[in-house]
Design a protein around this ligand. Structure first.
Ligand SMILES: [Zn+2]
Length: 139
């Protein structure tokens, strides 16, 4: 069973692997950081946040200083979809933003029916879970 975790990430519970939701590319162990399986673009933040005033005339231009800030973009090696982006000091390792308890996730999904649907995107409601098999969603 594949469990959606973000717009572009899912976990294959049987294999315990992160996968791209667009192309199914394997991104590594679900017990590790999915970012280890991605392509990383280490960007100069001035490419994204251009100076608001003339950098030839002023030391501070309202653009982030690349000596203090980098933008790391993470892409799927299979399809090129951008999965995540984060702002970090130069040289800082990628953050560990999702640490999934795989055993608890397996136990949670073992109790759900095959027709379980997780609403995503604009269909998100106060109900965290809809079950098409007629069973009530857990509170
Ligand atoms: Zn992909």
């Amino acid at each position: 069973m594949r469990i959606p975790m973000t717009e572009y990430l899912e976990i294959d519970l049987e294999a315990e692997r992160w996968q791209c939701r667009r192309c199914g590319h394997d991104l590594g162990s679900a017990r590790a950081n999915y970012k280890e399986g991605t392509l990383v673009h280490d960007r100069d933040p001035r490419e994204i946040h251009r100076p608001l005033i003339d950098p030839a005339r002023y030391e501070f231009t309202f653009a982030p200083d690349p000596a203090w800030c980098r933008i790391l973009e993470y892409y799927c090696p299979g399809c090129g979809t951008q999965i995540e982006a984060e702002y970090l000091p130069p040289g800082h390792p990628p953050t560990y933003d999702m640490q999934i308890d795989v055993d608890a996730l397996k136990a949670q999904w073992a109790a759900r029916g095959a027709g379980t649907v997780i609403p995503l995107g604009r269909d998100v409601t106060a109900e965290p879970l809809r079950v098409s098999s007629g069973r009530e969603a857990p509170a």
